[in-house]
Design a protein around this ligand. Structure first.
Ligand SMILES: Cc1cc2nc3c(=O)[nH]c(=O)nc-3n(C[C@H](O)[C@H](O)[C@H](O)COP(=O)(O)O)c2cc1C
Ligand SMILES: C=C(O[C@@H]1CC(C(=O)O)=C[C@@H](OP(=O)(O)O)[C@H]1O)C(=O)O
Length: 383
């Protein structure tokens, strides 16, 4: 069984990640995981914290001489900001009086978390609800990406829109809609958007929001190529690949919607315009003329690229804060608290989306082909 857990507060000493179930003998490079962590830290619109952090993993268990052992893998990511929070975030009681946070930010977990956990100091909520945690997910994704590469599976993401700036034409979901050059352009764009014109416009829109003390959301797309036919199942609701991808992507903080393939767009068309015609080549290879299903039919991968789009709401911490309530006094107030913040994280959320998709596909591949060592699993896969 493949599973993982993450732990750590945003301003605690470190993030800790435990991954279990990857087969023994998988070659894993720390540098490749670190490269993904760097990609998550980037993107135009990120705030001051990203200038402090230089995320990299340290393996604490489960890997020896560059290969997995089949035992639980533990990774650690240092929080460089910890030195500035050592007293405020100490596990031991401290003498000094600490500032308490009581003016909750609309849209964050401040209000719901404080009520649920019965906390007077919202700091106790902010620390774990912070998307600092998504660095851990990307570290997991960095391992899973190396596992999936053994089976020729590749995962990418790109930004489709920020607020009202985005592609006007519907993009083709078939493999022809994507190319190595397109992904190179995405990686070179500070918005992780293949179009230089849109990149420029998105940056201008974020700058405009920032100047107004406001924030931006948007939509990213995540795509997996090379996924074999037959992952997932319709046999139970929770075995559907679409269910599992939907849950994984919805778990990214700020996500408000997930579409698979043509998604809601398909509802505005009729069946003859939507369903993907199946073809078989003389060599016996299966293909579909279109990919409106986003690579999944009946909860099972159909061999086409898996395509999902994710809607990310605007960041809740506003430099010009919205009205709110002070939990200490119960008074309605004109402005909630402002906490140092990102202005737009759609590109970073895309990298987190890649990680979540790699985790789901890793679990589904292990389920179908199984194996305690890579050698055994590759044997099953080739057979
Ligand atoms: C990579 C990333 C960075 C984020 N940075 C911030 C931030 O700096 N300030 C903020 O208020 N929210 C930030 N968020 C969003 C909050 O974490 C998120 O809105 C919060 O967890 C509540 O979202 P939910 O209602 O979707 O769970 C970020 C989200 C992501 C994915
Ligand atoms: C630390 C990260 O994102 C953080 C996510 C976040 C939030 O509220 O979600 C708030 C900010 O934290 P801080 O107040 O320390 O600057 C972001 O920087 C990260 O992505 O690594």
């Amino acid at each position: 069984m493949f599973r993982f857990l993450t732990a750590g507060e945003s301003h605690g000493p470190c993030l800790t990640i435990v991954v279990e179930g990857l087969p023994a003998g998988l070659q894993v490079e720390k540098a490749l995981v670190d490269a993904d962590l760097r990609r998550r830290q980037g993107g135009y619109g990120r705030g001051g914290r990203m200038k402090i952090e230089k995320d990299e993993i340290r393996f604490l268990s489960g890997v020896r001489h560059g290969k997995t052992l089949g035992s639980p893998i533990t990774m650690q990511i240092e929080n460089r900001d910890w030195v500035n929070w050592e007293e405020r975030m100490n596990a031991a009681p401290v003498e000094a009086e600490m500032e308490t946070v009581t003016r909750v930010r609309p849209g964050h977990a401040d209000f719901t978390g404080a009520i649920k956990y019965g906390q007077d100091d919202v700091r106790n909520i902010i620390e774990r609800s912070s998307s600092r945690e998504t660095a851990s997910r990307v570290a997991i994704g960095g391992l899973c990406r190396q596992f999936l590469a053994q089976f020729g599976i590749e995962i990418h993401s790109h930004v489709l829109s920020v607020v009202n700036i985005g592609y006007e034409e519907e993009r083709a979901l078939t493999p022809e809609g994507y190319s190595p050059e397109m992904w190179e352009a995405v990686e070179a764009s500070p918005m992780r958007c293949a179009s230089p014109e849109l990149t420029e416009k998105m940056i201008a829109r974020i700058l405009e929001a920032k100047r107004a003390g406001d924030t931006c959301g948007g939509v990213f797309e995540v795509v997996a190529f090379g996924v074999p036919i037959g992952l997932g199942s319709y046999s139970q609701w929770d075995r559907r690949l679409s269910t599992r991808i939907g849950m994984a992507l919805m778990s990214i903080p700020s996500t408000k919607g997930v579409e698979i393939g043509a998604g809601f767009g398909a509802t505005r068309k009729t069946g003859s315009q939507v369903h993907d015609v199946l073809r078989r080549s003389s060599e016996g290879a299966w293909s579909h003329l279109t990919n409106n299903a986003g690579g999944i039919e009946g909860g099972i991968s159909n061999g086409e690229p898996i395509v999902a789009r994710v809607g990310v709401k605007p960041i809740p911490s506003l430099a010009h804060p919205l009205p709110s309530v002070d939990l200490a006094t119960g008074e309605n107030i004109d402005q909630s608290r402002y906490e140092r913040s990102d202005v737009c994280v759609v590109p970073a959320a895309g990298v987190v989306g890649e990680a979540m998709l790699t985790a789901v596909l890793t679990e589904a591949m292990l389920e179908k082909y199984g194996g305690d060592s890579m050698e055994e699993m590759l044997r099953h896969y080739r057979a």
